[in-house]
Design a protein. Sequence first.
Length: 69
Amino acid sequence: DVDIVKPGFINFNLKDEFIKEALKEIVSSKEKFGFNRSGRGVSVQLEYVSSNPTGNLHIGHGRWGALGD
């Protein structure tokens, strides 16, 4: 369940069973949790997008995240 509330928060409400199963998977995977080989050998460009902390946030701040260099 996801709620969007003022002044701009997004609250994620997870059921106990979901959390329990996720934790079981993490514990059983040990140090391999989160590891996968997809994309191995392929170059990627990561674009860091940041808004101006002194001004209001607007849609233009996300423009370069979508377009990249």
